[in-house]
Unconditional design. Structure first.
Length: 74
């Protein structure tokens, strides 16, 4: 898991079908002091997070698949 700050939401006219109805966020990894580290990436929102919120992001494949109960995820 990574500690991240939400930078904003992603707006898309076309999505992978398994992401329909799910909010995508741009998140920035941060250290314990809140300083940015590394590159930002996309995350699927499961907790109604908003811009500026600190979130824990599960980036491990099997754990992420268990949170989104769809058989074939990209």
């Amino acid at each position: 898991m990574k500690l991240c700050r939400v930078k904003g939401t992603v707006v898309s006219t076309v999505k992978q079908p398994c992401y329909e109805g799910r909010k995508l966020l741009v998140v920035q990894p941060v250290n314990e002091s809140g300083e940015e580290q590394g590159h930002s990436f996309l995350a699927v929102d499961r907790v109604q997070a908003g811009e500026g919120d600190l979130v824990l992001v599960n980036s491990e494949g099997n754990g992420a698949r268990q949170l989104i109960p769809i058989e074939k995820l990209p």
